[in-house]
Design a protein around this ligand. Structure first.
Ligand code: MN
Length: 355
């Protein structure tokens, strides 16, 4: 649990300052965007000047969260003054500078106070005040706890934003991070008037034809290893070109093979460039994969993790499969990982989407 005094500390920073810049990770998901919108709306209720500035555009299926298009997509030539003018930076759903791209490079050099509210595993201190609860289903759940702590009456816009955080980061209340608390908050938000069916349609039933065409191409590469306990597939640049889909259209793809009976771990390989490949890992809940992701140079949650490597797709696939086979067969999993670390050129960044 986040201690009450930690929330009090956050509130006292809000009270003491007038302008805020909220940001999150590359390719923001529903949790990141919902948390940003909810927090911005809260601050604006107290007439605080609040900007949301992101490094990546908002995916079309989340545009309902931002009907007034208040989210600013960072452009170095236009928005540097925003970074230097604001009193406080707030980061949600992120506690890792690498996942903020060039925006993080600019902000980390500035002296203004920085606050982070997140539910990812944090390896090193990130901001001045890090509010981290890995047990939270989503960052939205933490924002809800904060608003509850300060006795704020949640508005319709905030309720919709937080519900979207819960819905998307729990895979529609299916993943293992879904708790009684998650359902209690969701129920409370629905009591507040959230239209859960409408949100579901916006998020999950607004796919572009390009996305579904890409899904078909990708799944046609599906293969199995380790007595069908591992399933993997890949996305090539050619498939993106052929389908017309974009990288962000792959959201939700890594979970698909995990729905197959007996599959414990699914792996999606995405060819980002000729020598740059993204590895997305999902586990059904019996095999912890974030240590494995770390051994590949990435990180994430216990059952949803990933890495980005400076290798071609063709090099990466056998390299990872070889290691996952050893992980799956090793009785001592941690030994299995360390024994099979490879000296491949891994760029030290984790620009990945792991919820
Ligand atoms: Mn999240």
């Amino acid at each position: 649990m986040i201690e009450p005094h930690q929330w009090d500390q956050i509130q006292s920073i809000f009270d003491a300052h007038e302008s805020f810049l909220i940001s999150t990770h590359l390719n923001p998901d529903g949790d990141a965007l919902g948390a940003e919108i909810a927090l911005a709306e809260y601050l604006r209720c107290f007439n605080k000047k609040t900007y949301i500035v992101n490094i990546s555009p908002t995916m079309a299926n989340y545009s309902f969260l931002d009907p007034d298009e208040e989210i600013i997509i960072f452009d170095e030539t236009k928005h540097m003054h925003l970074l230097t003018d604001v009193d406080v930076f707030i980061f949600v759903d992120i506690s890792d500078w690498e996942r903020m791209g060039s925006l993080g490079d600019h902000i980390r050099r500035l002296e203004s106070p920085k606050i982070c509210i997140d539910h990812h595993h944090m390896t090193t201190k990130f901001s001045d005040i890090d509010i981290i609860l890995e047990a939270a289903s989503s960052t939205g759940e933490l924002i809800y706890d904060f608003l509850h702590h300060v006795n704020f009456k949640i508005t319709g816009k905030i309720a919709t934003a937080i519900y979207t955080c819960l819905l998307t980061d729990t895979g529609s209340f299916r993943f293992s991070n879904t708790t009684a608390r998650t359902h209690e908050i969701a129920a409370e938000l629905i009591h507040n008037g959230v239209n859960s069916r409408a949100i579901y349609e916006y998020v999950y039933e607004s796919n572009s034809p390009e996305k579904i065409i890409l899904m078909g191409l990708a799944l046609s590469t599906l293969k199995f290893e380790c007595d069908n306990r591992v399933a993997w597939f890949c996305l090539t640049q050619k498939m993106f070109a052929q389908s017309g889909a974009q990288l962000w259209d792959t959201e939700g793809f890594p979970e698909i093979p995990r729905t197959i009976k007996d599959v414990e771990v699914s792996i999606m390989f995405t060819e980002l460039e000729e020598n740059r490949t993204k590895i997305s890992l999902r586990s059904k809940g019996r095999i912890i994969i974030n240590a494995f992701a770390s051994s590949l140079g990435g990180g994430g949650h216990n059952y949803a993790a990933g890495a980005m490597v400076q290798q071609s797709l063709d090099e990466t696939i056998p390299w990872v499969l070889n290691q996952i086979k050893q992980l799956m067969s090793a009785e001592d999993i941690s030994h299995g990982i360390s024994a099979h670390r490879r000296g491949a050129t891994i760029k030290d960044d984790t620009l990945i989407n792991f919820d």
